[in-house]
Design a protein around this ligand. Sequence first.
Ligand code: DI6
Ligand code: FE
Length: 409
Amino acid sequence: MKPVINEFPSADGLWSGIRLATDAKVEGAIVVAQGAIRWVGARSALPAEFAGLKPHDGGGALVTPGLVDCHTHLVYGGQRANEFAMRLAGATYEEVAKAGGGIVSSVRATREADEDTLFAQAAPRLEQLLADGVCVIEIKSGYGLSLEHERKQLRVARRLGEAYGVTVRTTFLGAHALPPEYAGRSGDYIDLVCNEMLPALAAEGLVDAVDVFCERIAFSLAETEQVFKAAKALGLPVKLHAEQLSDMGGAALAARYGALSCDHIEHLSAEGIEAMRRSGTVAVLLPGAYYTLRDTHLPPIAALRAAGVPMAVSTDHNPGTSPALSLLLMVNMACTLFRLTVPEALDGVTVHAARALGLQDTHGAIAPGMPANFVLWNVREAAELAYWFGQQPVRAVVRQGRIAIGGNA
Ligand code: DI6
Ligand code: FE
């Protein structure tokens, strides 16, 4: 596929006729130079030196930073609508997994697909997310579960980033599920993950962070720690699928390893929260999985808020528990299901989501020196981004310094 990014016009120039979500009452202005934010503020305070730059008229749009989807499993073969039907008939996620469905069925389909097929299947999903204003996306492996097939997934993730001009952070999730050929030999598989797969993929530049599914139906606390040690030895940051279905003590362990984020955390304990607070670990909330699994055990939002733990919100896009393709819908759900305030939910898909990827210095905000990533929305006030659902309010998207959507703005 030819890179679509080459067709995007430059966003360099003076953006006016916009209202910054941080101060929506007055006209704002953004100066983009060589793809980066040069200046941002009230139009009335614009330094004279920028007044003559190429104009871009926002038509009164509200502007936020480009959205950051900090937890996805976007690259996989096939789909699992059949399991949706099984769950509707009463089966639990754990029962589906034990019956040979679940993650392992996506592993089969992913192993059968070649790189181009995986790319062709993931690309339209990525396009949906991008249409919602996403400018940064994390993509995990974890449906290959062998060196060859994990490599294939991560290479596709990198190719998607290059083709679409979107910042992709790759996360190695080799410890997602036990592959069938290792049944009953979990220790051997974790040795393979730590001693062969991770070092090889890291050496190929395919790994930005390392994740583990720490859960009764996946990997134990001790196995999780073994993977974290291997990651640390390679200088790679860690994150964790923690306390989604039960309290395994994973969050406290991850915090000890300075984890960027602990994700899901429906069953997070008070000790886990305190450990995350101390280590500055981001809590990533995934309302799409909560909703799909018809979960009723809410993550401890009030306690996280009281502790000052930054909360991010993400799609967790995956074929099993969250086939979600709209980050804005997750914003709505984070408010409706988890009772986040609108500013919390919007911070959750911008500044805190960037932090969950270690990108807080370059993404998740509109600030001088950062690459230009921002979204123009056809709404009057920021609360509308959480209030409507199923809407498509994007007017224009500036991504990596180019006008990726709404090119005549
Ligand atoms: N937690 C999840 O919600 C997904 N992975 C994980 O570790 C589910 C992945 C799947 O069912 O395919
Ligand atoms: Fe996940």
